[in-house]
Design a protein around this ligand. Sequence first.
Ligand SMILES: [Zn+2]
Length: 246
Amino acid sequence: MNLSINCDDLPSSFKNIIVKNCSITIVRSNLNDMHDIGKWVAEFSTKTNTRWNVRTTVPNGKYIQCKKNYICHHSSHHKVDRTLNKKGQSKNTDCKASIKIVVKVDTVSTRKSDPFVKNNYLGMITISNTHNHNINTAEALRYLNPDIHLRKTFEEYFYDGMTISDALRYHESILTMSNTPIEDFANGRINPTYRCVQNWHDQWRVLNLGPRTGQGVIMVIKYLCLIIYIKNLFYIYIIIIDVFCD
Ligand SMILES: [Zn+2]
């Protein structure tokens, strides 16, 4: 499916001009560096319910400041073939959608060859937004990355003593009470999956309560042994004092 792109789909943190819009969309934007590229794609992902993985990065070059290429997260890159995937539902649909972003250098030469450079639209974004999978179905939305604020919300639930299941149930009740549209319940950016929350909980637990296995546990055991040892030494000392003082 080819998703046509309009101005509302483009990140509002930047100034954008759509130069071409057919099977491939070309956008010029006031990007300046690699950080801007990442921010642009993150905002574009949120607005279009898409998700992109970095394919290649070129930090600098003679005629460009930097370049980054993204592919749809349903591409076949670094994924096993769909038919060979035994772990569950495969994300690999061999989707060819891509985003290529170049930030040009501002020189006399580039100003002559590219009128956008003169107006500080150094970023050139080429979007091939033809996906071979659905974008707005519950299944597709499930794979979207929740944002950092949602993670913080769940960490607050953990601090309040909720388990993973409690936190998920409580979060859904909040969504229900705030009249969240039913389709948003399937959106991973609004209502994260159990697996995602489990991952947050595991990391939160290590940071706040210590690990359940490994070196951290060994340290705790050694510490407890030391306390017992000192306590025993103290009892022996009391007994010796008792015996000799009597
Ligand atoms: Zn795709």
